[in-house]
Design a protein. Sequence first.
Length: 591
Amino acid sequence: MTTPNKPPSELTQAVQALRPYFKRAALFGLVAGILVLAPSGYMLEVYDRVVNSRNHMTLVMLTILVLWAFAVMETLEWARGQIMQAAGQELDRRLGDRIFDAMFLANLRRLPGGSWQTMSDFRTIREFFSSVAVSSVMEAPVAFIFLVLVFSIHPLLGTVALVGAAIQVFIGWMNERSTHPPLTQANRSAYAAQLYADGTLRNAQVVEAMGMQKDIHARWMAKQQEFLKLQALASHRAGGFQALTKFMQLTLSSGLLGLAAWLVLQDHMQTSGGMMIVASILGGRVLAPLSALIAQWRTVISVRDAWNRVDELLTNIPAKQKAMALPPPKGALAVENVVAAAPGVPAPILRGVAFALKPGEVLAVVGPSASGKTTLARLLVGLWPAASGKVRLDGADVFSWDKAELGPHVGYLPQEVELFDGTLAENIARFGDVEMHKVQAAAQAVGLNELIESLPQGYETPVGTDGGVLSGGQRQRVGLARALYGDPAFVVLDEPNSSLDDAGDAALAQAVRDLKARGTTFVLMTHRTSILPVADKMLVLRDGQVQAFGPREEVLAALTKNALQAQQAAAGRQPPPNPGQPGQPRLATSR
């Protein structure tokens, strides 16, 4: 049984859809390539007709004709460039949003391609359409026509031109084998150096405060020097092959002229001296596209590497199928025996976690560091998939739910609060349509309204890059206001009061009470006990497993009892409680 052919990749299909652009550009290039011979034809006609006839009108008409040929040739070249630019824009229209979404998801899932390097790769592919390398490929049919013309002048001349073209192809193949490995490694080293530099700039305060700049700079220089060394090696090799191709082109052109003269002297070719020059010019033009392509080989390799990376990303992150629209959630949460790990890491972080909340209930999740609280938060809002089990909101799988549809009904505050370059109002309104009454209500709920209104620009105050103009506590309050914007049905807050003062703590607790009264379901990951009074239920995590879940007062009583028994056991008054005894819950204290 024959295996069916593998369908072309998404990127390949998108480029194949641009064939009409490529065909028009190739046609224009064919005509323009033929008109390249206009100066040579003008030279031959002047020597043959004008000089012999001494006719001024012939000279004028030939000059007008060659100028017209120049104008047409340049117009066609300009048109070809415009067509290829339009092809790049069409590719961007077809794949730009798709690649951005795939890059975003890859970053969430910690897969290759989840960085801005992907957009740079896509730009490299798009701009390649207008490159000299593509123009050279499109001129290949013109080179074939020139080769046929050389054969028509004399078969031996055509054979020599064909051999020269074969040698040029061999040089190109050697160039590929020689330069591809160091260039590919150089591109990787350059990317690594860029990432290291970006990380250094993000942590500039730490670097400066602890005098780390010298050592950090030395490490960056080592990465940069590796990149420069590999790039220099590739350039050295490519330069040698490029010089060899130019030598071949010049040698073939002069060689054909000399061979044509020898054939005339041997009476093997009955033609004028002008045809010898034509054969020489045509032979040189046969190798011109190959020479230009070899000269641009670094660009070709860069585009090929960029193509492979983008193609791999689109393959690993398939396009989402349009799902049936779901009604807005009410806030009923069900976590069904979830086992989960960080994307790309086989070891599970959560094991068999299960609980349920009714709309309007508040759950406090406590447990020591590395117990899995942040992983649970990411699962609850659908950022990470579960290896097994499901997280359901109103019965629907949160991970599969279209986030553009679900997002307005969900609030989320991660441990590391990230704000975006824009105004306070835009950040609170999630960069959608700014409805000021909702923005002010969210800011008022977290005790931020008075502070904002005291600023000279109020809600139009720019927050700067990463919210750099705000303090840690202010950034956290803005993040809280963003999470509560629009009265979402389901809110997950990961350490929401870690940077808040007493006033901020009180404002947060009151905001939770107010939204709870309107039916919002809350899950609060916390180490601080100040938020516990607003919780209806508590869940205790240890080592990724549920140690206790139930009404807050019952769980707190059990925690207190177990802590007391542990102290008594440590003092030698009685044996420690046996976690395996019936009715004896195994609980972890919150730290």
